[in-house]
Each structure stands twice: as structure tokens, then as C-alpha cells.
Design a protein around this ligand. Structure first.
Ligand code: HEM
Length: 272
């Protein structure tokens, strides 16, 4: 096989290993690939083949991209129009086009802004993942009766990060068996989840979401507030069963709302 043929075979190989964007982990892959391209590790040809699968196309003008967003079945709920208009104003220039391929095309997006644009299309998925891990960490708190210690908020025995965090060896055991670590992880994940939901809610206000998307985001934000209040009250009152049960049920409701919100907001996807 000549050098040229083997190089071609190699490039086909990596081309076929890349799937179209369909989840947040794929978006992480886009960010990593963009970093490889800008650091010079990836050449133009490899990067071009990669970004096309994420709906990021070249234009005649250098340095700017055309972005294709799928409208499966050609159906366009009004809130998607608002989101597309907002993204067009924020990242692109000129008018967006509706095409006969059942998609929208936005133009003149600087390459360096494409990771942010794709992240904006996908951010709801992050909240599902965060809520999931917070719920999981809560089960560890309940399992270890870790709510019977450190009954203050936000400090734990006068400190933001408790001293006993890594008392056990090997260190990995602390994440499962150390009451201080398990409770700290739950607080931290809960706060990150709460802040992420509040940021999503704030973003949904301008331009305002409408219809089911708005209802989903509002309910999620309201429930996050209720759940954090329940969690803190459960802790401060030394885990009364009634509050602990409400907090457990609240976790289920919050996770369901996170899934619903992700469903309402995630239908905007790039067309690879
Ligand atoms: C997004 C917010 C939160 C979620 C989704 C969440 C979820 C959960 C879940 C699923 C459990 C396990 C319930 C069980 O299996 O009985 C739990 C337990 C617990 N959580 Fe949270 N939580 C959140 C916020 C908080 C906060 C902010 C605190 C306090 C700082 C807190 C304190 C506790 C305590 C003390 C328990 C143990 C209750 C028991 O022993 O039954 N949680 N949480």
C-alpha cells in the first residue's frame, strides 16, 4: 500500500468512529476536538470532517461558520422560534434561513463561538445529570445516617470543608463511608444543581420562553427551591421522619421535572 493510500485508509478510520451529536457527552467531544484543532494537534482536514457532523459548516468567508439546526418532521413550535431567534441574535449575523431540508441555517458564526452555541442548545441535559448525581449522593447520606451529624448550614463544625473529609484510608473509601465526606458531597452537588437550575431559569426569561417549555422551567426552578429548603430543614432538625420522607419524594419530583425540562428544551439539535 502506498503512503497516500494508507493515509487515506487511516483518515477513513477516524471519520467513521465519530457519531452525530445527540447528547451532552457528544458536546464535550466537540469541545475537546476544537481544543485539538486550535492547538495544532488536528489538521484542517480532520477538523472539517469532525465539525460537519455537529452541523458546523464552512462558508466562503474565512473564519465564520454556517450552523444547521434540525427541525425533525419540519415541525416548528413557537418557542423553538424564539430560541433560534435568540441564538441567531447572540451568535450569528444577518437573517436565519428555513430550508427545504427541514432545518434552520444561521450564518457568520465565528468558529471560536461554536462551542458556546452548541452548549446553549444542550444545557438542559446537564441539569438532568447533576440532579441524578445529587439524588445518588442523597441515598448515601440516608444510608449512613449522615444527617445526624454536622447539623448546621452552611458550615460543618464551623468550617466550609470539614476537617474529617479524608480521615479514612484508602482515600476513596471516604466517598462511601465517611459521614463528613458523604454529607459534604451531597451539599456541594445540591448547591451546584440549584445554581445550574437558577441560571437556566434566568436564561429562560430573556427572551421569555412560552408554553410548555416555560411551564417546565418554572416548575423545575420552584421545585429546586422547595427541595433545597426541605434538605436544609431535615438537617437542622436532626432528620425528622416526616421531613426526610418529603425530601425523598421531592427528589423524585425534581428529577422528573428535570427530565421533562430537558425534553422540552433539547429538541433543538444541530443537523450533522
Ligand atoms: C437538589 C437538591 C437535593 C436533592 C435532589 C436531594 C436528594 C436527596 C435524596 C434522594 C436523599 C435520600 C433520601 C432517602 O433515601 O431517604 C437525600 C437525603 C438527605 N438530604 Fe438531600 N437533596 C438535595 C438537597 C439537600 C440539601 C441542600 C441538604 C442540606 C444541606 C440535604 C440534606 C439531606 C439529608 C440530611 C438527607 C438524609 C435524610 C435521611 O437520613 O433520610 N439535601 N437527599
Amino acid at each position: 500500500m502506498s503512503d497516500a493510500t494508507s493515509a487515506q485508509a487511516l483518515s477513513r478510520d477516524w471519520e467513521t468512529t465519530i457519531e452525530p451529536l445527540s447528547s451532552l457527552s457528544d458536546f464535550e467531544e466537540y469541545k475537546a476536538a476544537y481544543a485539538s484543532f486550535t492547538s495544532g494537534e488536528w489538521d484542517d482536514e480532520r477538523w472539517t470532517a469532525f465539525r460537519l457532523r455537529f452541523g458546523v459548516y464552512g462558508q466562503l468567508q474565512p473564519g465564520v461558520q454556517m450552523i444547521r439546526i434540525k427541525l425533525p418532521g419540519g415541525i416548528l413550535p413557537i418557542e423553538w422560534l424564539r430560541s433560534i431567534a435568540a441564538i441567531n441574535r447572540k451568535y450569528a449575523e444577518g437573517e436565519a434561513h428555513i430550508t427545504t431540508r427541514q432545518d434552520f441555517q444561521l450564518y457568520f458564526v465565528p468558529l471560536a463561538r461554536t462551542p458556546d452555541l452548541l452548549e446553549e442548545l444542550y444545557s438542559a441535559g446537564l441539569i438532568v445529570a447533576l440532579t441524578f448525581f445529587t439524588v445518588l449522593s442523597g441515598a448515601f447520606v440516608a444510608g449512613l445516617d449522615a444527617g445526624m451529624a454536622y447539623n448546621t448550614f452552611p458550615l460543618m463544625e464551623g468550617q466550609l470543608v470539614p476537617e474529617a473529609m479524608f480521615d479514612m484510608t484508602p482515600w476513596a473509601v471516604n466517598f462511601f463511608e465517611n459521614i463528613a465526606t458523604v454529607q459534604f458531597d451531597h451539599r456541594l452537588l445540591a448547591i451546584i444543581t440549584f445554581v445550574a437550575i437558577v441560571l437556566l431559569w434566568l436564561r429562560g426569561r430573556n427572551p421569555a420562553l412560552s408554553g410548555r417549555s416555560a411551564r417546565a422551567v418554572h416548575s423545575l426552578a420552584m421545585m429546586a427551591l422547595v427541595q433545597v429548603t426541605l434538605g436544609i430543614s431535615t438537617l437542622l432538625l436532626f432528620v425528622p421522619v416526616s421531613l426526610a420522607v418529603l425530601h425523598q419524594a421531592g427528589a423524585l419530583v425534581l428529577f422528573t421535572l428535570a427530565l421533562w425540562t430537558a425534553y422540552e428544551l433539547r429538541r433543538l439539535q444541530p443537523q450533522g
